[in-house]
Write a new protein. Structure first.
Length: 84
């Protein structure tokens, strides 16, 4: 999904609990690290991945997994799109 979706859902984060979700891919826009971290609490067991490619909808060529603990690779508050 595009990051603007979770920005839209942000007011409802305390109500959202998706423990069975296993994978969550973000693409098509810059993904702010702060909101991705907040979202990770709604999907406690999901692997959250920021992906990038020429047509993210069908193919991606680089990925970066959000780290729930420790620091993430980012620039100006935007999560990286490449290797850890």
């Amino acid at each position: 999904m595009v990051p603007s979706i979770i920005n839209y859902l942000r007011p409802y984060f305390e109500e959202i609990d998706l423990p069975h979700l296993q994978h969550n891919l973000f693409c098509g826009e810059a993904l702010p690290t702060a909101i991705a971290t907040e979202w990770s609490r709604c999907v406690p067991n999901a692997r959250i991945v920021n992906v990038y490619g020429p047509t993210e909808y069908t193919i991606f060529c680089t990925t970066y997994d959000l780290r729930r603990t420790g620091s993430n690779k980012e620039l100006n508050g935007i999560l990286a799109i490449g290797k850890s």
